[in-house]
Design a protein around this ligand. Structure first.
Ligand SMILES: NC(=O)c1ccc[n+]([C@@H]2O[C@H](COP(=O)([O-])OP(=O)(O)OC[C@H]3O[C@@H](n4cnc5c(N)ncnc54)[C@H](OP(=O)(O)O)[C@@H]3O)[C@@H](O)[C@H]2O)c1
Length: 326
């Protein structure tokens, strides 16, 4: 049972809103990602955080003015959608909900998308979803097929805006063209983007977003927690994250963490807030995961102010240095 929430007085970021792509949907310039809500394998749901924690994370984020929440059918074996839906319905507030369709190789036609969408809506307890995204560019189905399914879903009133995720610039353009034939815009491409993952700047995706008007939604904007500065070679994250971010990697990125701290000291902000503000300064919408109210509140502290161009350039430079190969 989720408690009814009261929205407190406006916080510095509360009034900030940006358009989701070329749609009439307005979102906070930072959303909340809910992969960890219900996920035991990667994020240790049940050990590091509980149902009460994620409910409080949602409530804290809402109080801070965050109205954009991202989930997916596969997160926590469907539990993330169920948990988020309960929070949204209990809030009684307008919330922009994004979820995703996974194009598993056995899902061979657009009818599968409609079927999966209806199951997501059942779990969310909502009549429609604001943003529906194709989660991955998986073979064998071509993007035009999924975009046809998406357009059907919009026409059926089940989806307000269409997005993709992990799509290349080329697949984005094909999706954009297929939707345009049905008179619809491509609202977003959700890709990994952070100070430790700058690929969208080099692989054409950021440019394709600018050209098509789609919002770049930045996932893992804290590099799965590394950019908070709390993990070091001596104190690594557990489980699968510890394999991706090993001791050598964590040692290499410490100069960047030091610069995040130094920059943060000037603004009264912590490393996570600086790392998230950097994403916002790049014109993208970060969706940091939050396991509890403290993390949601801290991440909301990236709103309502901006780094200077000089600070962004210094962070760009340091991020390039610590991630350079060789
Ligand atoms: N489309 C895709 O393929 C895709 C892929 C990945 C993610 N996503 C989306 O993007 C969202 C965010 O990405 P992510 O969860 O991978 O990584 P992230 O946002 O970079 O990191 C989230 C993790 O960092 C830690 N954390 C967050 N805020 C913190 C704070 N203020 N202080 C200390 N620790 C903090 C928490 O884990 P600990 O406390 O355990 O350290 C949290 O679970 C996901 O929830 C999901 O919605 C999408």
């Amino acid at each position: 049972m989720v408690q009814q929430i009261q929205i407190a007085a406006a916080t510095p970021g509360a009034a900030e809103r940006v358009k989701l792509g070329p749609t009439d949907i307005t979102i906070s310039p930072l959303g909340i990602g809910t992969w960890s809500w219900g996920d035991t394998l990667f994020w240790q749901y049940g050990q590091s955080h509980t149902e009460a924690d994620v409910q409080q994370a949602f409530q804290a984020a809402m109080r801070a003015g965050i109205n954009f929440y991202d989930t997916a059918e596969i997160y926590g074996s469907h539990r993330s959608e169920t948990l988020l839906g309960a929070c949204v319905r209990a809030s009684g507030q307008p919330v922009v909900v994004a979820t995703k369709f996974m194009p598993f190789p056995w899902r061979l036609g657009k009818g599968n998308l409609l079927k999966a969408l209806r199951l997501s809506l059942d779990r969310l307890g909502l009549a429609s979803v604001d943003l529906y995204q194709v989660h991955q560019p998986l073979p064998p189905i071509q993007p035009e097929v999924w975009m046809a399914g998406m357009a059907d879903a919009v026409e059926a009133g089940l989806v307000r805006a269409v997005g993709v995720s992990n799509y290349s610039a080329a697949w984005m353009r094909r999706s954009y063209a297929a939707l345009a034939q049905r008179g619809l815009p491509l609202a977003a491409n959700q890709v990994e983007y952070s100070l430790l993952q700058r690929a969208p700047e080099h692989n054409g995706v950021l440019q394709a977003c600018r050209a098509t008007g789609a919002t770049l939604i930045a996932y893992s904007p804290l590099a799965m927690g590394i950019l908070t500065g709390k993990y070091t070679p001596e104190h690594r994250p557990g489980g699968l994250r510890g394999m991706r971010y090993n001791a050598g990697y964590l040692a290499r990125v410490q100069p960047l963490i030091a610069l995040l701290r130094e920059t943060g000291a000037k603004h009264g902000k912590n490393p996570a807030q600086i790392a998230l503000n950097w994403v916002i300064c790049k014109g993208a919408v970060p969706i940091p995961g939050a396991k509890n109210a403290r993390q949601a509140e801290e991440n909301a502290g990236a709103l309502g102010w901006r780094l200077t161009d000089t600070e962004v350039a210094a962070l760009d430079d340091m991020s390039e240095r610590v991630t350079a190969k060789g």
